[in-house]
Ligand binder design. Structure first.
Ligand SMILES: NC(=O)c1ccc[n+]([C@@H]2O[C@H](COP(=O)([O-])OP(=O)(O)OC[C@H]3O[C@@H](n4cnc5c(N)ncnc54)[C@H](O)[C@@H]3O)[C@@H](O)[C@H]2O)c1
Length: 380
């Protein structure tokens, strides 16, 4: 099979979807690997390293899209890439369809098969290809939050750890999954007072067991959310309902009750954000103010620490790339229901229920008949 890896073109995206060791393993298994010139540059990997591993360096992205049967990427295809998608091509990458209707439409029209990293499950039912990036984003959310709490960045002028005689910052984390627990670990390590809110009591029990004493777990409901964000200096949005748009747990009117100069890092922005006033930002212009509250809503946070993130991502994607190249996606999906869950769109049909529900489109299970789904309340 011909496997192609284009250079990422999203703003300030420094990751690449394959390491030289991946190119080597694929080549040794008899596949052809095409890498766009400079694709690894942002992660400190040279074209020569890929060539030594058996890959062919291709000058233009268009050639990769024209030749590759399986394209492996990091971020969702950007509008400039949409016309390059080919019928029957397989694209394996992050999509986050629920946050982006035009992307959804473009991919339906393209006739490709879209296998999304963020909905593929392993045998334990977890999301193995989302986990490493959530670990990065969770840890980074506190680093970024700490920076934007500084006064020159329009924050309250708070040091997360406090100092002897001065209280540390209050951190509220909405969602205690991978992002939330990694954020809590870093924030607690710095000495902040941390609250984690979740609706999964088993998860809260687990976090209560493993977290240090400056982390409090709380059941997430309207009252605990409001009370926690009002006292917080830093709020981390870390909710996920797999494949679906994130629920807006912080409402527009809540901001007026929050502290002036407090910071929201809405990590869940790639699924639409869990704060009503969140809108996607880039690493170039990561923040904006609403009612005196700093909003940080970068959709590709791990991209900024490209080298760490590339290694963390490729460690988990390569085994799947090898399987897809060896057996073809349909055989892999037939044998592994977790991979089938990763298939969001197949040649114009939406095969992920949450995506279908989000956009009110017919849901086509991979092996079954189309089902009409109800449009969620509030969507036109
Ligand atoms: N911006 C970025 O660069 C970036 C990077 C990585 C991940 N993410 C996003 O971060 C989000 C979180 O990812 P994750 O891997 O931690 O997911 P996860 O599934 O591990 O955790 C999500 C948690 O949210 C909880 N939850 C659901 N509804 C809730 C509610 N109403 N109140 C409180 N908790 C609730 C779930 O019980 C779960 O524990 C996702 O949207 C993911 O796509 C963004």
């Amino acid at each position: 099979m011909i496997v192609g890896v284009p250079k990422e073109i999203k703003s300030d995206e420094y990751r690449v979807a394959m390491l030289p060791v991946g190119a080597e393993e694929l080549s040794q298994a008899g596949h052809s690997v095409l890498i766009e010139a400079g694709a690894g540059q942002g992660s400190g990997i040279s074209d020569a390293q890929y060539q030594t591993a058996g890959a062919t360096i291709v000058a233009e992205a268009a050639e990769i899209w024209a030749r590759a049967e399986l394209v492996v990427k990091v971020k969702e295809p950007q509008p400039a890439e949409w016309p390059l998608l080919r019928l029957e091509q397989v694209l394996f990458t992050y999509f986050h369809f629920a946050a982006d209707e035009p992307l959804n439409r473009a991919l339906i029209d393209s006739g490709i098969t879209a296998i999304a990293y963020e909905t593929l499950r392993d045998q334990r039912g977890s999301l193995p290809l989302l986990t490493p990036m959530s670990e990065v984003a969770g840890r980074m959310s506190i680093q970024e939050g700490a920076k934007y709490l500084e006064r020159p960045q329009e924050g309250r002028g708070i040091l997360l750890s406090g100092v002897p005689g001065v209280a540390p910052a209050e951190v509220a984390i909405l969602g205690g999954g991978v992002v939330g627990s990694n954020a809590a670990k870093v924030a607690a390590g710095l000495g902040a007072n941390v609250r984690i809110l979740d609706i999964n009591l088993d998860r809260l029990r687990y976090l209560d067991d493993i977290m240090p004493p400056n982390v409090t777990t709380l059941y997430s409901d309207r009252h605990t959310i409001l009370e926690s964000i009002v006292r917080a200096d830093l709020v981390i949005g870390a909710i996920l309902i797999t494949g679906a748009r994130a629920p807006r747990l912080v409402r527009r009117e809540d901001l007026a009750r929050m502290k002036n100069g407090s910071v929201i890092v809405d990590v869940a922005i790639d699924q639409g954000g869990c704060v009503a006033t969140s809108r996607p930002t880039t690493h170039r212009q990561p923040t904006y103010l609403v009612d005196g509250v700093v909003h940080y809503c970068v959709t590709n946070m791990p991209g900024a620490v490209g080298r760490t993130s590339t290694y963390a991502l490729c460690n988990v994607t390569l085994p799947y790339v090898l399987q897809l190249a060896k057996h073809g996606w349909r055989n892999v999906a037939n044998a592994d229901p977790g991979v089938a869950e990763g298939v969001n769109i197949d040649r114009g049909r939406v095969t992920n229920q949450a995506v279908a529900v989000t956009f009110g489109l017919p849901f086509h299970p991979l092996d079954g008949r189309a089902t009409a789904v109800a449009m969620p309340a509030g969507r036109a």
